[in-house]
Design a protein around this ligand. Sequence first.
Ligand SMILES: [Zn+2]
Length: 69
Amino acid sequence: MTHTNEVSTHEAAEAFTTADRCDVCGAQAWVRAFLSTGILLFCAHHARAYPAALEQADRVEDGRDGMFI
Ligand SMILES: [Zn+2]
């Protein structure tokens, strides 16, 4: 057996597109927060500005990929 399975340790977030806009300012969104009340989108700036929203989320998809500002 020479082949190896590349097991991803994290679920791949659904790709973010230019159609995903921050719910606060309308900029390109890079973070999705799945809350019991619905899905919120945040740009990189507002994902940092509203950490409480991310903490309350059932799941967070982060598409910033190391571009933490
Ligand atoms: Zn924003």
